[in-house]
Design a protein around this ligand. Structure first.
Ligand code: AP5
Length: 214
């Protein structure tokens, strides 16, 4: 199954993608994670992306499309994948379809998580993540056993720079303007599955599975 996981910042895409990986071994391709790794490694891509990400803006399509195309060609994606945070613009959605078509593949469903804005901001501001294993926590909704420390490897948890109030708001605006129209792109093709993203991660996950016919 080739899936697109959509939704505004803080909707729970990363949380749900990890559940899909745990159950179905569908690799999570998170363009946000790829970009954050490039920033941490100080690569050319990272240097270009850093100021845009911190301001809550999208990186240009031409920087991200090629990276996703190459990633999808890797062996672990041949049995299916979950795209988390891509496509975020109509040109990205079109480029994805073209790349998959060249390989006689296609997107099977685009799952969109819907969450009200106040809750999104609360989720963003309380998010903490482990810089070493990527586990996502929330200070209220899913706190670690030991405050500020990853349950899995003990690493000190960090807050993403773009989760701080100014860029968190900016990201919501960018989503509404540039990414929300991608839902109509998939709706026209009969692929959009809209899911209520409010409630426990487990309930949301079971709705996703139902919507996918699993
Ligand atoms: P990216 O990393 O993709 O960020 P995002 O889309 O803004 O999504 P988030 O990671 O903020 O949220 P999420 O939906 O994954 O929520 P999560 O599961 O963590 O992108 C970052 C930046 O990179 C972009 O701004 C842009 O600059 C750039 N970029 C990336 N892709 C790009 C592209 N394709 N084109 C151009 N630029 C690109 O959950 C959030 C919090 O809520 C967590 O604390 C979690 O524990 C909690 N939570 C989750 N579910 C629940 C629940 N059901 N109940 C209670 N709490 C919950």
């Amino acid at each position: 199954m080739n899936l697109v996981l959509m939704g505004p910042p803080g909707a729970g895409k990363g949380t749900q993608a990890k559940k899909l990986y745990a159950d179905y071994r569908l690799p999570q391709i998170s363009t946000g994670d790829i970009l954050r790794e490039a920033v941490a490694a100080g690569t050319l891509l990272g240097k270009k992306a850093k100021p845009l990400m911190e301001a809550g803006k999208l990186v240009p399509d031409e920087l991200i499309i090629g990276i996703v195309e190459q990633r999808l060609q890797k062996a672990d994606c041949l049995g299916g994948f979950v795209l988390d945070g891509f496509p975020r613009t109509i040109p990205q959605a079109e480029a994805l379809d073209q790349a998959l078509e060249r390989a006689s593949r296609r997107i099977d469903a685009a799952v969109s998580l819907e969450v009200p804005i106040e809750l999104l901001i609360e989720r963003q501001s309380g998010r903490r993540s482990c810089p070493s294993c990527g586990t996502i926590y929330h200070v209220v909704y899913s706190p670690p056993k030991q405050q500020g420390q990853c349950d899995k490897d003990g690493a000190p948890l960090v807050q993403r720079e773009d989760d701080k109030p100014k860029s968190a708001r900016a990201r919501q605006e960018v989503y509404a303007k540039q990414t929300a129209p991608v839902k109509a792109y998939y709706e026209k093709r009969g692929l959009l599955r809209t899911i209520d993203g409010v409630g426990s991660p487990e309930r949301i996950y079971s709705e996703i599975r139902l919507a996918l016919g699993k």
